[in-house]
Every structure is written in structure tokens, then in C-alpha cells.
Unconditional design. Structure first.
Length: 158
């Protein structure tokens, strides 16, 4: 019985991992897919990844805050933003896992980068510019622009 269970586990592992092994897209791209099977795998993978790595935000922000600001204030600032990003990442991951089966819902993803959890991809962060047309009407054009990296040293006067 143990040999059959082990064989079934190995077979199931190979079948499940093969779809990720040959995929050209990462889980963030797969989770945005219109195809149900690809979206389901992407959201489930992204959710499990976010839940498993949520503690990295806490460490990353605490270290960055300590390096960028005064020793005690920078550490506390980094710790606070790290706790916030950790809570956001684990909540997003849990939502992805729980709702991965829902058709048409792609979740609320956090950034891939651990240095800024609120950062969005350039393709999904719109910045609107108004452009005047010849008829006197104003037209709004949506473009994307990269965000500047925030630093705690900008707020502290030396």
C-alpha cells in the first residue's frame, strides 16, 4: 500500500509540475489570463508564492529603513512598512488561493518586487495627461510612467 501511495504521489507531482516547467509565462502573467485553466493555475501559484514568501517584505523593509534613515527611526519606519507589506502580501495570497476557482476574477496582486509592495507594472499604472484639441475640447490621454523610489531620508532633515 505504501508503494502504491508513493507511486501515485510521484506521478501526481510530475503531472502538476510539468505544466509549470514548460510554461513561458510566470504566475503573475498566467493569473491575468482569460483562459480558465491558465488563470486557475496562475492564481493558485501566485497565492501560494505570496503566502510562502510574505516574511521577506518584513526583512527587506527593515534593512532598507535602517540603511536609509537614522538608526532607530529608520529601523522603526522600515519595520512599520514591512509589517504593512507583509499583511498586504499574505492577504493578497490568501485571496488568490481562495478565489482561484472563480471565473473572470483575477484577484488583487501585489508587486513582484519586495522593495515596494505597492509598485505596479508600467503597463498597469496609468498616469493621465490632458491634451487640448483644436476644437477647444480637452482630451485625456492615459500613458504610463515609472514611479520614483521613495526613501525615508527625504523626510528627515540633517
Amino acid at each position: 500500500m505504501k508503494k502504491i501511495s508513493l507511486l501515485m504521489f510521484l506521478l501526481l507531482s510530475i503531472l502538476l509540475c510539468s505544466s509549470y516547467g514548460y510554461a513561458d509565462d510566470d504566475v503573475w502573467t498566467m493569473a491575468k489570463s482569460d483562459k480558465y485553466g491558465t488563470k486557475f493555475q496562475g492564481m493558485l501559484g501566485r497565492g501560494l508564492l505570496n503566502i510562502a514568501t510574505c516574511f521577506v517584505d518584513l526583512i527587506q523593509h527593515t534593512v532598507e529603513g535602517t540603511q536609509e534613515g537614522p538608526p532607530f527611526v529608520g529601523t522603526l519606519t522600515g519595520l512599520g512598512s514591512g509589517l504593512g507589506c507583509t499583511a498586504l502580501r499574505v492577504s493578497s495570497g490568501a485571496l488568490d488561493v481562495v478565489t482561484s476557482w472563480v471565473p473572470g476574477f483575477n484577484g488583487f496582486p501585489v508587486a513582484k518586487s519586495y522593495s515596494d509592495c505597492l509598485e505596479q507594472d508600467e503597463a498597469t499604472s496609468p498616469v493621465s495627461e490632458s491634451v487640448a484639441s483644436s476644437g477647444g475640447e480637452e482630451t485625456v490621454v492615459v500613458t504610463s510612467a515609472p514611479r520614483e523610489k521613495r526613501s525615508s531620508t527625504n523626510y528627515v532633515k540633517k
